[in-house]
Write a protein that binds this ligand. Structure first.
Ligand code: SER
Length: 359
């Protein structure tokens, strides 16, 4: 999966060498859950220019934090070319994608958006890196859906999987993301390796394999890890919830603040510290039943029942129970902030209560 680093042919090795005032960040899929947190996290740095794009307009609270917002399709190569060129993009957070559940309903559309959109952006960033003589930094969220456990016995025996283990995804989304990881690594390290005019500046590609994400301020749509955030939001808003997986369904998780922190950290770290282009990140492993217990003790009266959907359950069963994050810890200092109990006490319960009190 991961190659050793390329020969550092890029003319500028790290963003730290760029004039900080010149950073110009393009975010695709900016109206989604991660976009919401990322824009807020990036805005803390006033010297960053934020350009956001999505098929739909952004909510007002994040739109106001962007320098520009463009409503448009990530597959529209003309629009993407215009945005990258016009804003002299230094960093691209490419978040636009159809998640695993949505993608299983329309797999060909998912391929077009998830692979086609990424491929177009990689090509554009490669050509701009070459013509500007500096690498465009390309940050891609990937997923635990790239893993495929053969059965529950393998899932139990594997425990925390490393990046190179079980790369046999079950879903279209997982296949798309795994291929895009490879494409990104190719464009960063081997692009046009036999062409005489290949130039020296290639893209700087960085990718995080995200676990299930739990956010207090936003609700996910279209994912198969949605059962935990849905359970929480239902409890906090006093609505009964029927969970679509078994109580023993276990995958790795992290909270949205930790996810954003990891995205910002991988976006900032000096390229020389990165031995790999793709890193697992996660904070804890928990089953749906363990989370339900935490929800019931935090929101007495929460009504949660389990009625597994065979097909969505099969997707979750194919995902690992946990991921090994040791390479992220060693290379760029990834440090999860919370375990399950701390996440509930310090972030989930207080933030979700505030969210619904204000709603
Ligand atoms: N959250 C994603 C999904 O459920 C998995 O990474 O599709």
């Amino acid at each position: 999966m991961n190659d050793p680093p390329a020969g550092k042919a890029n003319e500028m090795d790290s963003k730290e060498q760029l004039d900080p005032g010149s950073r110009s960040v393009l975010i695709t899929g900016a109206a989604g859950e991660i976009g919401h947190g990322l824009i807020k996290g990036l805005r803390v740095h006033d010297d960053i220019r934020i350009v956001a794009t999505d098929l739909k307009d952004l909510p007002e609270d994040t739109r106001d934090l962007c320098d520009e917002v463009h409503v448009g399709d990530v597959c529209d190569m003309g629009l993407m070319q215009q945005l990258i060129a016009m804003h002299e993009v230094t960093d691209l957070y490419h978040l636009a994608a159809l998640l695993s559940t949505r993608a299983e309903h329309v797999p060909e559309v998912a391929h077009e958006v998830n692979v086609g959109g990424t491929f177009n952006l990689l090509k554009l960033c490669a050509s701009h890196s070459a013509s500007w003589g500096r690498p465009v930094r390309f940050i891609l969220p990937s997923t635990i859906a790239v893993y495929g456990m053969a059965d529950l016995a393998q899932k139990a025996s594997m425990g925390a999987v490393s990046e190179g283990d079980c790369n046999t995804p079950r879903t279209m989304y997982g296949c798309n993301k795994l291929y895009c990881e490879h494409l990104g690594r190719y464009y960063a390290r081997h692009y046009r390796s036999l062409a005489e005019d290949r130039g020296t500046a290639t893209i700087d590609f960085r990718c995080l394999r995200l676990p299930g994400i739990i956010a207090a301020e936003t609700k996910p749509t279209g994912g198969t890890s949605d059962f935990v955030p849905e359970m929480l939001h239902a409890a906090a808003s006093g609505t009964p919830y029927t969970c679509f997986v078994r109580e023993d369904a276990r995958i790795p998780w992290m909270t949205m603040p930790e996810c954003i922190e990891a995205m910002l950290q991988i976006g900032r770290v000096d390229e020389n510290r990165l031995q790999n282009s793709v890193y697992n990140v996660s904070s804890f492993s928990a089953s749906a039943g363990e989370v339900a217990e935490m929800v019931r003790s935090s929101f007495p009266g929460a009504e949660i029942e389990f009625t597994p959907d065979v097909d969505r359950q099969a997707i979750v069963d194919s995902w690992p129970a946990d991921v090994d994050t040791s390479t992220a810890r060693a290379d760029w200092g990834f440090t999860p902030r919370w375990g399950l109990e701390e996440a509930f006490a310090e972030y989930i319960v207080p933030s979700i209560r505030t969210h619904y009190a204000q709603a």
